[in-house]
Design a protein around this ligand. Structure first.
Ligand code: IPD
Length: 297
């Protein structure tokens, strides 16, 4: 119920802040030592702090909620791959944005999600470098807390209708799977979204621009907040998106897709209808429509 979710939110928020302290300390150590390992390829990075932060978060969650299941990026990498059941299941990325972490690019977050009956129901995402906290839970809305200021409900402003992709600021990522098929699909999508179409299309119908924060979790939060209109990616893992999905949804966003490697190239106006592997801010909601109608009159 709602009061259970509120209690779990309070606990996981404190835990995310604790994990954030460890990430900050780890950053100093990693920047000094350059101790970085490669997981699957030269761009799929992991550090001892990914493992340490996951151990901290997993240990505390197991103590407090012994009946809950746990799926985590590093436990998964180490071979612990419990099947997803209807039981409450935490889904954790200890350091989302590991590449940023090892470069000292300050968009890095711990992401703690909770799945119940196979749906994300609660999410806490914390970036300790910028002291940005994002939370969301089913039926409780989503909130952002910045540097000790009071929490603010998301999205920060009522979204104006987005009639076409040409007015959108779109989040993208290189991702960690750089295989030819995926890179071709991504590059083709970026070209079509950001380039000035040469033939057959009205001049200037291109997206305002593309952005990559370097973390899926914070891209979702940025859509929830309203700073990005859309985030589109191929190849995320459950822990990258679990917490972000509920934060975006509770902020009125739409999350679509679920296949990890769609290769149909299909990023176009159709994604405004929410059919393609994306999270998108609420558009054409009743408040925004009322505003647009009033302007026309
Ligand atoms: C990665 C980041 C990246 C996204 C990848 C993720 P990690 O997570 O979120 O932005 O493009 O798909 O796997 O490895 O930093 O936890």
């Amino acid at each position: 119920g709602t009061s259970d979710l509120q209690e779990i939110l309070t606990f996981t928020t404190a835990l995310a802040r604790q994990a954030g302290d460890l990430i900050l300390r780890g950053s100093e150590a990693i920047l000094a030592s350059g101790n970085v390992d490669e997981k699957k390829n030269s761009v799929d990075l992991v550090t001892e702090y990914d493992v340490k932060v996951e151990e901290l978060v997993k240990g505390e969650l197991e103590k407090k909620y012994p009946g809950f299941q746990f799926i985590g990026e590093e436990s998964y990498a180490a071979g612990s791959r419990p099947p997803l059941t209807d039981l409450p299941t935490f889904c954790v990325d200890p350091i989302d944005g590991t590449t940023n972490f090892v470069h000292g690019f300050p968009h890095v977050a711990v992401s703690i999600g909770l799945i119940y009956k196979k749906r994300p129901v609660l999410g806490v995402i914390y970036n300790p470098f910028l002291d940005q906290l994002y939370t969301g839970a089913k039926g409780l809305g989503s909130h952002m807390t910045l540097r000790g200021l009071p929490p603010r409900r998301l999205p920060l402003a009522t979204p104006r209708p987005l009639p076409s992709l040409s007015q959108a600021l779109i989040g993208i990522e290189c991702g960690s799977d750089r295989s030819a098929g995926i890179m071709h699909a991504k590059a083709e999508a970026y070209r079509r979204l950001a380039g000035n179409p040469a033939e057959g299309v009205e001049r200037g119908r291109m997206a305002h621009s593309l952005r990559a924060l370097g973390t899926a979790a914070l891209n979702y939060c940025m859509v929830a907040q309203g700073g990005l209109d859309i985030y589109w990616e191929i190849g995320c893992w459950p822990w990258d998106i679990c917490a972000g999905a509920i934060i975006a949804q509770e902020a009125g966003g739409l999350v679509a897709g679920g296949h990890s490697t769609p290769l149909d190239n299909d990023v176009n106006e159709e994604i405004l209808t929410g059919r393609k592997y994306i999270v998108i801010r609420a558009i054409g909601d009743s408040e925004a429509e009322k505003g647009a109608d009033a302007q026309k009159r």
